[in-house]
Design a protein around this ligand. Structure first.
Ligand code: 4GX
Length: 255
């Protein structure tokens, strides 16, 4: 996977490249990553990357020439790459999009600042517009990092723990099960006994049940849009029966 980031703040990426999973993926040659300074492609003698909007109004707009120059330079380095603009107007990024982008192989991520970029850049140079969520950032840099990290951890061999990415939240449309580590009893809160039992089959069952019920309680929207398998349906029915019994015993009038 190849990432080229276009930004007026390339230094923001130095510590990002140097730590954790990104560092590991770079060391293992699973990814290549470069931040190009858009300002290096400025065409005026003051190296300006922004200018006042035609039609007036507050704020500044990213000038088209430096962006066009930087994108052309990036495309020259990687001919088949797709170009992504990070913008609140884009399609919302999620785990499925991370998988799709991972399969593209080469991405040029364009980080806008100010009020946005000149519309003619969006029209002529951008393949996809992506938002990481409905909130306002001051630049696309953090959004680009989010996307790079989500894609990189999908590449086999980057996580360390063999197939962990596939077991993670969202990979099967459910949230992760609850986790416990030492000490067994923490401030009077016990670890569920089954996890200490050594019965792998029962532990797997407990984890599936934990995933299903946490998803129901915390993110019912995920459950609604998921195709449930037989085991998941059985878990929900079991809890449904259990809650129904509770209500019948303690509040018979609720029938
Ligand atoms: N998910 N921002 C980009 C400037 C801008 C505006 C329009 C291009 C077009 C954001 C987000 C985000 C703020 C980054 C505005 N650039 N990016 N910036 N949410 O809020 O991705």
């Amino acid at each position: 996977m190849k990432f080229t980031v276009l930004t007026i703040f390339p230094e923001m990426f130095e510590s990002f490249w140097a730590h954790g999973i990104i560092r590991r993926a770079l060391d293992l040659n699973k990814i290549s990553a470069t931040a190009i300074n858009i300002r290096d492609y400025a065409t005026d003698r003051h190296q300006m990357t922004d200018d006042r909007p035609f039609g007036g109004g507050n704020g500044m707009v990213m000038k088209p020439e430096p962006l066009a120059g930087a994108i052309r330079a990036a495309k020259q380095r990687q001919g088949t790459a797709k170009t992504v603009l990070l913008t609140p107007q884009g399609a919302t990024f999620d785990q499925n999009m991370a998988r799709d982008l991972a399969s593209i192989g080469e991405l040029i991520l364009v980080c806008g600042r100010y009020e946005g970029v000149d519309e003619r850049i969006c029209q002529e140079f951008i393949d996809y517009e992506i938002s990481i969520g409905d909130y306002v950032l001051t630049g696309g840099e953090l959004a680009a990092m989010v996307i790079i990290e989500a894609i990189t951890r999908l590449i086999p061999g980057t996580l360390g723990g063999e197939d962990s990415a596939e077991k993670d939240s969202f990979s099967d449309g459910l949230l992760e099960h609850a986790h416990y580590t030492r000490p067994r009893n923490f401030e009077d809160q016990e670890t569920p006994a089954v996890l200490l039992s050594g019965h792998h089959r029962e532990i797997e069952l407990w984890r599936t049940e934990s995933s299903v019920m946490r998803t129901l309680l915390k993110r019912p929207d995920l459950l609604r849009s998921k195709e449930l398998n037989d085991q998941e349906v059985e878990i929900l029915k079991k809890w449904y029966r259990e809650i129904k019994n509770l209500l019948n015993i303690e509040h018979p009038e609720s029938e």
